[in-house]
Structure formats: structure tokens, C-alpha cells
Design a protein around this ligand. Structure first.
Ligand SMILES: Cc1cc2nc3c(=O)[nH]c(=O)nc-3n(C[C@H](O)[C@H](O)[C@H](O)COP(=O)(O)OP(=O)(O)OC[C@H]3O[C@@H](n4cnc5c(N)ncnc54)[C@H](O)[C@@H]3O)c2cc1C
Ligand code: SF4
Length: 617
């Protein structure tokens, strides 16, 4: 916020005297949220302590920076907008479906069902965002210690050499190469643990792998069908400890319950909470304030960041903390929001934003999917086929774009098997009626109830599978988030307004995905169960934001006019400000971004340590 600041020391607090006039520029749209006018005089409580580093956010980016810095002896304060969450204590991993009060039905605050470890969703009460010019962007936020890493899919992929330095004449190049990031990917693999196999593929770099889980029965059919269709399939790569992690006594090994999305009580999968922040707290060098919603970064008249202001969600009071270095890891869009809201005399256009690029080049992955069922597997024997809660098999992008009508590519995530029945409708078995004749040879119309439905479950359970393409969304300046000048959230913080459109690059990619899926399903001898897609629905291409891989809003680069950060994720214009989430991404790849966020955050944290030694920050 750009306040005309008038601080008066009062009872150990700073009084910020704001009149209604100060707020009148931002009337809220619906009147639903607490208006700035109603806040009256705000008291800002300022802590006298100066931390070495203040980190905003505790997800993949913030969590890794906190871990590295605290372990190096740096005094860190971490501010997290959500509550404390420890999978060992708070996970719903072992709950039975009947324990769900809503029988698993999702709510706004539990988009993926009752037991999913996401405190958040597409909509948060009192924290709106808006969209511009009829465009669409769905923004998923998890407000909790560890952020979205408590329930993410744990598919853990390195960007390849051509992802950092593309040669297609269309994609922009990063200011760094794969070789520069490789040592950090290696360290992340060793620190966190990842399964996979060495395949020697040029743009799908191998890591330091634990053994992968075996394919489940429908996945064996997928592998066979894909081979016939000319689509390469390899063992999956996931951050789950299929064996004990060498040198780490705090984490157990996976016992294959397939509930990673609920988070793991024995810490056998990667969550930033269990694997980074909780260990960092144990060093005694990291202090955590949860339920702290950061409003802005404070800067002095020379444009040096001096601290952060936040709203304590418990008492709704405004606080300020001071730090010598500020690290933003609030997620790509939220870090851009904080920077845009951090207006001051030194930065009237938002923090470090002379280039006007903060919020620009927003990118989400493309996504399209299909499912099917294998009649060969009806009435099959029951046994434990749960597996790990991440991918068992994976289809890397191997095609030649010169022969295609879109740049870059996508990978395929496959799934299928007979996991323990969950809540809900058992994978939509009732909908399979009408696909095949019943035991009596007659075709049912669909649905069912009572004994006949139970029999259908026995017949069909474990026959279904799915495949989902996740591909490159091209970086474009006209896909962006900005501050909506008319709307504030319940904390009085101006909210984001999104402007995002796919174009033919992404739509043609989705068409290619659908054609590939159809070929594989045919070669498997399976029956497609998804609705067919075509040009009328962009070939099933999900709306921007839906794949929850958003990156790119505070891009790095060598040219100060064309980027906000340098190649160390340090702001060109504010040397003690760093961004460690997905925001620094120049151009995303078809690989999901989290392993790269972790590697780059580790690299930036080590750079901060070096810069501190040299007394540059
Ligand atoms: C269902 C699902 C499946 C996914 N699967 C995969 C996958 O398989 N592979 C993959 O690579 N990626 C996957 N992702 C994406 C992955 O979760 C993100 O890339 C990753 O979590 C990003 O890390 P981050 O630190 O940038 O943000 P987050 O994990 O979102 O963490 C940001 C943290 O900052 C906090 N915060 C936000 N605003 C503020 C504020 N103003 N003040 C203080 N704190 C704040 C938030 O509460 C949150 O805890 C998936 C995501 C979802 C939701
Ligand atoms: S599948 Fe393994 S890692 Fe995932 S929740 Fe179960 S035991 Fe933990």
C-alpha cells in the first residue's frame, strides 16, 4: 500500500493515522468485505527485533529457503498466512470414508474432498480475485504451513537443457542453463528423496533415484497400448520414499497406502511442512508466525527493503517486522501481488517494478484428459494394489515440433488401479452401466441401486484408468495479474485481477493430446469413458489456472528493462529482495514446476549466504 505514512510512537506501537479520505480511492465492489473506511485508525505494532532474513510463505519456495538459511545459522522469521500444519499430527491419512461428515463431498474450503490436505481452494472466504475483459483464470490457494505441497501430486521432474535454453525460435531463453541448475537438482534429490529410473533421455534429465513403485495392472495395459501407439512410457518420478532416505532418521519409508494427497504421517512423501519447515524450526534459528497475512514489503527512501507488514488473522491487527533481507515465497501470483501493493516514494509503481513487468507473463500448464475402462479386467481378483500416492508410470514428450502445428510439448500422467475404495461414488462405477451388457447379456440404461449396483461394483471395480496431458503454456506479456483498483479483501489488502487467454499454440496442443489418448485407448483394447472433445470445447483444454502450475509473474533476466530479477532471483532494483517461488520462471516447460522451484530456491538461499559473507546485503 502506498500510504502517506505518519508514524507516531504510542505505547510501544506505531500509530498510522489514516483518514477515510486515504481509502476512498478503493471502494469495494460488493460491500461484503470489511471496507477500509470501517477500519478507522490503524495501529501498527512494530517489533523491535531485526531478523537476518524475513521469509514470506512456507510452501516449496519459502520452505526451502528457510531450511537452507536456518541450517546455516542465519536468524530467520517466516510469515505464513495459514495455520500451523504438521502431517504427523493433522493428516487424515488413516480415516475411513464413513468418517467423512459429508461422505467426501467437496466444499469451497475442501475442493478435493474432506480428507484432502488442502486448507483452501479455488475460492477463499473474504479473499476474492477478479477477472478482466471476460477472460478466465482460476486461482487455487492453500493457506497452511507448507502451502500446496501438503496435497500436491508429488510428480517431481527436472526441466531439461532445452527447457532452459530453447532453440525453437519462439520461446524465450532463461538467463541460466541446465548445467547451472543441475547441482541444485542433485542436492534436492538427495535431501528430499525421489523415485525414478535412469533413462538417458536428452531433455528429461535423470536424477538420483530411489526405486520406483511397480506399475499396477491397468498401467501394464497402458504401457502395452502406448508401445503399440508409438508413445514412450517410463516409470514415474515422484517425491515419495520408496525406501528409507539415506542419512535421514526423521522420515519413515512409504507403506503404499496411496493417500499422499492427505499428507503422510510418517513423512514418507515430500511436504514443505514435514521435510523443510519443521526440521528448520528444530535448528532454533527459524521463528514462525502462522496466520500472518502479509500486506506489503516496507522500503526506506533509498529503496532498500527494511521489513514487512502483515495482518494477524487472529486479532486482525496490523504488525511490522524488520529484516535485513526479504525473501518472497508466497506463490507466483501472491508474491507479485505483494510487490505491486508495496508502493512507496522509492517505488511508486510497486516494488522493483520500473520495468512494469511485475505480474506479467503469467503461465499455467495446459491440461486435457481422457479415461477409459478395460473389459478384460472385469470381475478381477481382489488384492492390495494401492501403491504410492504419486505417478507409477509417465509419458515424456518425445515428438518433433517441426512436424507439428504448435511449439513445445506436453507429458502424459497415467493412473489406474484398484486402490482402497474411497468416499464418493467409487470412481463413477454406476456410470459404466450402459457401456457394456450386464451378466444377463442385456444392456442396462445406466445408474443402478441395491443388490444390482453392488454387483456392478464387484464387476467393474479396478477396471478404470485415466491419462492426463500437462503441457507448456507459452509466456506472453498479455497474460497477467494486476491490482484491481476497486476491490480489497477482508484484510483491506487490494486484490489481484487476472487477464489470461489461451491461443492456438495451446489449443492445437490439446487436440494432439486427445488424438494421442484415443490411439492409446484403442491399442489397449479399452473402452473410452470420457465425453468426446472437439473444437467446440478447445479439445477439452482446461481453463487457465486449473492445472495449478502458475509461474512467471516476476521473471528473471539479464536485462533490467525486460525482467524484474537477476539470475539469482534477486530484484534488479532492490538488492536485498529475493523471490523464490514459481514467479522467476521465464518460460515454463512441460514438466511440472515444483522440483525446479525447490532447486532454484536452494540456489538463491546459498547465494544469499554468500552475499551476506561478502557484506553485500
Ligand atoms: C492438487 C495439486 C496437485 C499438484 N501436483 C503437482 C505435481 O504433481 N508436481 C508439481 O511439480 N507440482 C504440482 N502442483 C503444484 C505445486 O503445489 C506448486 O508448484 C508448489 O506448491 C508451489 O510452491 P510455492 O512455494 O510457490 O507456493 P505454495 O505451495 O502455494 O506456498 C505458498 C505459501 O505462501 C503462503 N502465503 C500466500 N500469500 C501469503 C501472504 N500474503 N502472506 C503470508 N503468507 C502467504 C500460503 O499460505 C502458502 O502456504 C500441484 C498443486 C495442486 C494444488
Ligand atoms: S503412499 Fe506412502 S508416502 Fe503416500 S501417504 Fe501412503 S505411506 Fe505415505
Amino acid at each position: 500500500m502506498y500510504f502517506n505514512r505518519c508514524f507516531l510512537l504510542f505505547n510501544g506501537c506505531l500509530l498510522l493515522n489514516l483518514s477515510a479520505k486515504d481509502f476512498s480511492a478503493r471502494p469495494i465492489k460488493s460491500g461484503k468485505y470489511k471496507t477500509n473506511e470501517s477500519m478507522g485508525d490503524i495501529q501498527i505494532k512494530k517489533s523491535p527485533k531485526v531478523y537476518d532474513v524475513v521469509i514470506v510463505g512456507s510452501g516449496a519456495g519459502g520452505g526451502m529457503a528457510g531450511y537452507v538459511l536456518a541450517n546455516a545459522g542465519v536468524k530467520v522469521l517466516m510469515l505464513e498466512a495459514g495455520p500451523y500444519f504438521d502431517p504427523a499430527k493433522h493428516s487424515s491419512q488413516f480415516k475411513f470414508p464413513y468418517e467423512s461428515p459429508r461422505r467426501g463431498a467437496s466444499t469451497k474450503a475442501r475442493s478435493f474432498g474432506d480428507f484432502d490436505a488442502a486448507f483452501g481452494g479455488w475460492e477463499l472466504d473474504g479473499e476474492p480475485y477478479t477477472k478482466k475483459d471476460g477472460t478466465q483464470f482460476d486461482w487455487f490457494r492453500s493457506r497452511m504451513l507448507g502451502g500446496r505441497t501438503n496435497h500436491w501430486g508429488r510428480i517431481s521432474l527436472r526441466f531439461g537443457p532445452q527447457d532452459f535454453q530453447p532453440n525453437d525460435g519462439v520461446s524465450e531463453r532463461w538467463p541460466i542453463t541446465y548445467d547451472e541448475v543441475k547441482p541444485y537438482y542433485d542436492k534436492v534429490d538427495r535431501l528430499i528423496g525421489i523415485y525414478g529410473t535412469a533413462e538417458g533421455l536428452e531433455n528429461e534429465p535423470d536424477g538420483i533415484f530411489l526405486p520406483p513403485p511397480k506399475p499396477r495392472l491397468p498401467e501394464l495395459f497402458i504401457m502395452k497400448g502406448a508401445a503399440k501407439a508409438g508413445v514412450k512410457v517410463i516409470p514415474g518420478r515422484g517425491s515419495v520414499l520408496t525406501e528409507a532416505l539415506p542419512g535421514n532418521k526423521d522420515r519413515g519409508a512409504c507403506f503404499f497406502c496411496n493417500q499422499c494427497n492427505r499428507s503422510c504421517k510418517v513423512y514418507a512423501d515430500f511436504s514443505a511442512s514435514s521435510c523443510l519447515v519443521i526440521p528448520a524450526l528444530k535448528t532454533g534459528n527459524l521463528e514462525l508466525i502462522s496466520n500472518a497475512m502479509v500486506r506489503e514489503v516496507i522500503t526506506d527512501k533509498n529503496g532498500v527493503a527494511t521489513g514487512v507488514s502483515y495482518v494477524n488473522k487472529e486479532d486482525m491487527q496490523e504488525y511490522q517486522v524488520s529484516g535485513k533481507t526479504i525473501v518472497l515465497g508466497a506463490s507466483a501470483c501472491e508474491s507479485a501481488r505483494i510487490m505491486l501493493n508495496s508502493k512507496s516514494a522509492a517505488f511508486p509503481n510497486g516494488l522493483a517494478n520500473s520495468s512494469n513487468l511485475v505480474g506479467k507473463y503469467l503461465q499455467d500448464s495446459t491440461g486435457a484428459s481422457q479415461g477409459g475402462m478395460l473389459p478384460q479386467l472385469m470381475d478381477r481378483k481382489r488384492y492390495n494394489e494401492d501403491g504410492a500416492g504419486s505417478v507409477h508410470i509417465y509419458g515424456p514428450w518425445m515428438e518433433d515440433n517441426k512436424k507439428l502445428d504448435f511449439p513445445r510439448g506436453y507429458h502424459i500422467e497415467f493412473g489406474g488401479g484398484m486402490s482402497m475404495p474411497g468416499y464418493g461414488f467409487g470412481g463413477g462405477v454406476s456410470k459404466l452401466n450402459g457401456t457394456l451388457p450386464g451378466r444377463d447379456g442385456k444392456m442396462k440404461e445406466g445408474g443402478g441401486y441395491g443388490a444390482a449396483l453392488k454387483d456392478d461394483y464387484r464387476r467393474f471395480y479396478g477396471t478404470t484408468f485415466g491419462m492426463a496431458g500437462r503441457g507448456v503454456g507459452m509466456a506472453r506479456i498479455d497474460n497477467y495479474c494486476e491490482i484491481d483498483p476497486r476491490v480489497v479483501d477482508k484484510f483491506g489488502i487490494p486484490v489481484l485481477r487476472f487477464h489470461y487467454k489461451w491461443n492456438n499454440d495451446e489449443i492445437n496442443q490439446a487436440k494432439h493430446m486427445q488424438e494421442t489418448f484415443t490411439r492409446i485407448i484403442h491399442e489397449m483394447g479399452a473402452i473410452p469413458t470420457s465425453q468426446p472433445h472437439g473444437p467446440e470445447d478447445n479439445w477439452g483444454l482446461e481453463a487457465p489456472g486449473k492445472i495449478i502450475h502458475e509461474v512467471g509473474t516476476v521473471r528473471m533476466g539479464n536485462d533490467q528493462k525486460k525482467s524484474v530479477l537477476n539470475k539469482w532471483c534477486q530484484a534488479h532494483e532492490c538488492k536485498n529482495l529475493f523471490v523464490v517461488d514459481g514467479a522467476p520462471t521465464v518460460q515454463q516447460s512441460d514438466k511440472n514446476a515444483t522440483w525446479t522451484i525447490l532447486a532454484l530456491s536452494m540456489r538463491t538461499a546459498e547465494y544469499i549466504l554468500e552475499q551476506r559473507k561478502q557484506q553485500n546485503i
